[in-house]
Design a binder for this molecule. Structure first.
Ligand code: GLA
Ligand code: GLA
Length: 668
């Protein structure tokens, strides 16, 4: 698809008369838009009556876009079923855990296991392909929209039946199922598969293993529907890349399982810029998405040019921020940056959501920013020959997320989002870029692996990490890791299961702390630190104690360990170290090379490198409110200003620099 970055947005043209289309195409050219997503919510326009299709308008639209040289990311319209479908077949509407039936009137009101929904979805996709699949404008397929976005779990009878079928496949026999779910507790033993129901409203905690399997099953039900649509598209046009827009850290969908089935990973990112942590959260989002399928490119499919309508408050992006955010995405590997949506709606649920062409038209500063960014990006190459420079892995899995945040855990304050941000922050500030990896992935090649509370871990995943360390790798493991197997059954003995050889201690119990509680720590050299949230009750085994609790109920007890294993080493953290203490620990881990990395700690400047065989690009982004002077090596060339760089670069607030060096190793 050419050497340029994709630039454009969702073009919901069916909202507008044709005179507006002409203006749209002209404005797209003005902004150097090269790709637009068409048809995402067009089912009612394409099939206004059951079995009666209307594609003339879409042919005309694609003709106009093709004539202007604008590529189309053509969407299947199945995320917004038309009114006639649910009126005639109420079976397509989902049911919540209390048995309440949803109604038509917004979008995504879908029971993904409804046979009628699947049949009708297949019919419209097949028709779409036969009508316009061969059109020269079509450069990418966009399947559905944000699968599971509004109704991730349906509890209807269709789901119950499909869930039982799924369980039979997974467990084979009722005995195995009963054993896996620990049903001998609370008299939950099943004597017939038909007794199993989805985790509908029930009196006390639902069986957590059942709940976990329901989350797995629901994810797979959406995936199955995605694959059905994908197969129709691939059969017709195997040459056109397929994507479906992910949502980064979206809990219900296990994107690691989906990403091998897309040709380009795409994601929707709507960071809340009222939250000062947004640059870090957004960086983490991109590092996750880039890691989902390391063999294919990724792109931002949606973001907002300025404001959304669903944050509180819905703050607009300040001057230059939209540009800076897009450079962040490109720094972290994005092959394109797109928006929701091209032209602001006049009516409907999202009429006050920002768009590339706002209500006030081209007089709006948003438009000026959109057009200027398009120009700027069109002058750049897409950097595909220079992968993001990252050699630290962050282990992450959705089933772990589901299981760890189930009710009835030792601490409801322990969440995956917090654990990730805690362990990510010092690396982010130190300019160390990480790849998110699935715990089953081969890890060799990474200088270090961070393991944020991998509570649920299979024996095989444990063995994978152990063999990586044994061969010379470095692991940093946080508390509440290796606690249960994939069925959510506890590994007995001191905690840690398959990871125990890396902990250096025996964890005999855990002590969640009150939100107000802080434990003081002392490092072996006498330095002080602090821990919160959690304390493992551990005794020393074969590890070297790096820090102990200084006073209080755990005085003298060990908190942080270093252990050698095979040719490698592991660090185990038994409490949530405060930021300085964690930074100090990372500083003790040679493989992280925090000292050698491109420092930006405390300056509000993000630095990311992309390194090719014969060149290097350093991306510098200033999120602070102040001007920053940044030291850089001589001999670079700044791409956005077209100037040679010497020793320092000055960046104002939201300022960005992309400095190219003529060799891969020119690190500052
Ligand atoms: C109650 C119940 C027990 C157990 C405990 C847990 O006392 O009777 O079965 O659930 O709560 O604290
Ligand atoms: C999501 C959807 C879009 C739109 C935006 C609004 O990303 O995919 O259709 O609703 O949110 O922020």
């Amino acid at each position: 698809m050419g050497k340029h970055l994709h630039y454009g947005g969702d073009y919901n043209a069916e909202q507008w008369p044709r005179a507006v289309w002409e203006e749209d195409v002209a404005l797209m050219r003005e902004a150097d838009v090269n790709l637009v997503t068409v048809g995402v919510f067009s089912w009612a326009q394409l099939e206004p009556y059951e079995g009666s299709f209307s594609f003339g308008w879409l042919h005309d639209l694609l003709d106009q876009l093709a004539a202007a040289g604008i590529g189309v990311d053509l969407a299947t319209p199945t995320a917004a079923p038309p009114a006639w479908l649910s009126v005639r077949y109420p079976d397509v509407l989902p049911v919540d855990a209390k048995g309440t039936h949803y109604s038509h009137g917004s979008r995504q009101t879908i029971c993904i296991c409804s046979p009628i929904y699947r049949e009708k979805a297949r019919a419209i996709v097949t028709r779409l392909v036969s009508e316009v699949g061969g059109h020269e404008a079509v450069k990418m397929w966009h399947v559905h929209n944000e699968y599971a976005c509004h109704v991730p779990y349906c509890y209807c009878d269709n789901h119950a039946q499909a869930f039982r079928h799924w369980l039979k496949q997974r467990y084979g026999s009722l005995d195995t199922l009963n054993e896996a779910w620990g049903t001998s507790f609370w008299s939950q033993t099943y004597t017939d598969f038909d007794q199993v129901v989805p985790p509908r409203l029930t009196a006390a905690f639902v069986n957590p293993s059942l709940d976990l399997d329901y989350k797995r099953f629901s994810n797979e039900a959406f995936f199955e529907e995605f694959l059905l649509e994908r197969a129709i598209l691939k059969e017709a046009r195997p040459d056109v890349p397929v994507t479906t827009n992910f949502m980064g850290f979206f809990k219900p969908i296990d994107y690691f399982g989906w990403a091998p089935q897309v040709d380009i990973v795409s994601t929707d990112n709507y960071p809340d810029t009222a939250n000062p942590d947004w640059p870090l959260q957004s960086a983490m989002h991109y590092d996750l998405v880039r890691g989902l399928n390391k063999k294919v490119p990724w792109m931002v499919m949606e973001q907002t040019p300025s404001r959304v309508t669903w944050h509180y408050p819905n703050v607009p992006k300040g001057p230059g921020l939209m540009r800076a955010m897009n450079c962040q995405a490109i720094a972290r590997g994005a092959r394109g940056v797109m928006f929701f949506q091209w032209r602001a709606s006049r009516a409907g649920a999202e009429k006050f959501h920002s768009a590339m062409v706002p209500h006030s038209g081209t007089a709006s500063p948003v438009w000026a920013d959109v057009a200027a960014l398009g120009k700027e990006l069109s002058a750049l190459e897409n950097f595909e020959d220079a992968p993001v420079d990252s050699n630290v892995a962050f282990l992450f899995s959705w089933p772990n997320w589901w299981a760890l945040e189930a009710p009835s855990q030792p601490s409801s304050d322990l969440t995956i989002a917090d654990q990730l941000m805690w362990l990510y922050r010092p690396l982010y500030e130190g300019g160390v870029t990480v790849d998110f990896c699935h715990p089953d992935e081969p890890l060799d090649g990474y200088a270090a692996v961070i393991v944020p509370s991998l509570y649920l871990m299979s024996e095989q995943q444990g063995a994978n990490l152990l063999s990586y360390v044994e061969a010379g790798g470095t692991a940093v493991v946080s508390f509440w890791s290796g606690i249960v197997d994939e069925r959510d059954s506890v590994y007995l003995g001191p905690y840690g299961g398959p990871l125990r050889p890396l902990l250096g201690c025996d964890v005999l119990d855990v002590a969640p702390l009150a939100a107000s509680e802080t434990l003081e720590l002392q490092w072996e050299d006498g330095a002080q630190g602090k821990g919160t949230l959690w304390a493992d009750v551990a005794i020393e085994r074969d590890g070297h104690v790096l820090a102990r609790y200084a006073k209080g109920p755990f005085a003298e007890k060990p908190a942080v360990f270093e252990t050698s294993y095979g040719r490698g080493r592991a660090y185990y953290v038994g409490c949530r170290l405060d930021h300085d203490a964690l930074t100090r620990l990372y500083g003790l881990v040679p493989a992280l090379r925090l000292d050698a990395a491109m420092k930006c700690s405390g300056t509000g400047v993000e630095r990311v490198a992309r390194v090719g065989t014969d060149r290097r690009y350093d991306f510098l982004i200033n999120y602070s409110d102040e001007q920053r002077e940044i030291e850089v090596p001589d001999g670079g060339f700044e791409l956005l200003t077209g100037t040679a760089t010497k020793r320092r670069i000055t960046l104002g607030p939201a300022g960005v620099a992309i400095v190219r060096y003529p060799s891969p190793g020119a690190a500052p």
